[in-house]
Design a protein around this ligand. Structure first.
Ligand SMILES: NC(=O)C1=CN([C@@H]2O[C@H](COP(=O)(O)OP(=O)(O)OC[C@H]3O[C@@H](n4cnc5c(N)ncnc54)[C@H](OP(=O)(O)O)[C@@H]3O)[C@@H](O)[C@H]2O)C=CC1
Ligand SMILES: CC[C@](O)(C(C)=O)C(=O)O
Ligand SMILES: [Mg+2]
Ligand SMILES: [Mg+2]
Length: 336
């Protein structure tokens, strides 16, 4: 292994002792960071917009809520965890005037710093701590006593102690239980965008949807198509997650393994890889960031059209019914 990995035993929580950490927002990442840090003994406050619907939920979790300017003013470390597209305006109008020398500004993703949408003042430490997974799962695994891997980067080290603060934060949210390594804002931003678009979110959902549609259009029952192309993905991925490709292939039949070798490369082929390279180039050049910003400025018309289309898709309606009959699958609404 070439990367230096950090685990609980390698990291001191001292840099956060006697410090106030403000988490701005209370969404997917923010509620998990805030609650995990609170449970790790850190003094956490929450900064929310006026009239926020999340105030009651944060208070119910035992967290003190303030306005965003008040929280920025009161804190030593400020974690900006609202949607990337909303950050530049909130930062400029409500946070920047209160980010005085000696404070730390922390991000969960490098997007706005890397693409030049936020330029923090020179006298503050700037860092990112990015858990490698969704916020709701970050909270769930922490409560189970486990952790989620994460990566950290120091963008500006005004204090000379920025790395220690980033590592302490990573430990407080549970990431050093699983392993943390150092990166740069550039590497985190580009790899995170690539991973979620090409593999984790865009790639996986398109693969599932195309498989489901192929079976249903050929006349097979949608329930069977759902089990085959969606439900079972988790079971196979769990084996890959726990034991790698070889462990998964040990568990499946020889018939499945042979089909895996001969058909996998027909589905995800050289053209797909060429397209992945183009996707990466669009991320690196900033073309994707500009497209995302333009859609946001246009009221997210493309995003909303896509959300609407999928909402009525048979894959979703059939899945909802089938999952309802499986009480062992978590049926609760997401907490935030
Ligand atoms: N989602 C994830 O799992 C991951 C996200 N990240 C990064 O973490 C950051 C946060 O993302 P995510 O957790 O998805 O964000 P969410 O969409 O879940 O954030 C919602 C929160 O942001 C607040 N908010 C939204 N708009 C504004 C605004 N204009 N002014 C003030 N508050 C606002 C909401 O306030 P209210 O409660 O009042 O509605 C809510 O509390 C991003 O940088 C993202 O890239 C990194 C890793 C994974
Ligand atoms: C996979 C998507 C992600 O990067 C994440 C959960 O890690 C995100 O931006 O939500
Ligand atoms: Mg991401
Ligand atoms: Mg990610």
């Amino acid at each position: 292994m070439t990367a230096k990995m950090y685990y609980d035993a390698d990291v001191s929580m001292q840099p956060l002792a006697d410090k106030v950490v403000a988490v701005i927002g209370y969404g997917s990442q923010a509620h998990a960071h805030a609650q995990n840090m609170h449970d790790s003994g850190v003094n956490v406050i929450i900064g929310l917009r006026e009239g926020s619907g999340s105030r009651a939920k944060a208070e119910q979790a035992g967290l003190q809520v303030m306005s965003i300017p008040e929280a920025t003013q009161a804190a030593d470390v400020v974690a900006l965890l609202i949607p990337d597209e909303e950050q530049p305006k909130v930062y400029a109008e409500q946070m920047a005037p209160h980010l005085t020398a000696g404070k730390t500004l922390l991000f969960g993703h490098g997007f706005n710093v890397h693409f030049g949408r936020i330029t923090p003042p020179a006298e503050v430490d700037v860092m990112l701590v990015a858990p490698k997974g969704p916020g709701h799962m970050l909270r769930r695994v922490y409560k189970e006593g486990a952790g989620m891997p994460g990566i950290f980067a120091v963008g500006q080290d005004a204090s000379g102690h920025a790395r220690d603060t980033a590592l302490a934060y990573a430990r407080a949210i549970g990431c050093t239980r699983a392993g943390v390594l150092e990166t740069t804002f550039k590497e985190e931003t580009e790899t995170d965008l690539f991973g979620e678009q090409a593999v984790l979110c865009g790639g996986v959902t398109q693969l599932i949807q195309s498989g489901f549609e192929t079976l249903v259009e050929a006349g097979y029952q949608p329930e069977i198509a759902y089990f085959e192309t969606l439900h079972e993905v988790k079971l196979i991925v769990d084996l890959i997650y726990e034991k790698g490709f070889e462990g998964m292939r040990h568990s499946i039949s020889n018939t499945a393994e042979f089909g895996d070798y001969v058909t996998g490369p027909r589905i995800v082929n050289a053209r797909t890889k060429e397209e992945m390279k183009q996707v990466l180039a669009d991320i690196q050049s900033g073309a994707f960031a500009d497209r995302f910003t333009a859609d946001y400025q246009g009221g997210f018309s493309h995003m909303n059209e896509q959300r609407g289309k999928m909402r009525g898709h048979q894959l979703e309606t059939v899945g909802k019914e089938l999952r309802r009959k499986m009480p062992f699958i978590n049926q609760e609404e997401l907490e935030v």
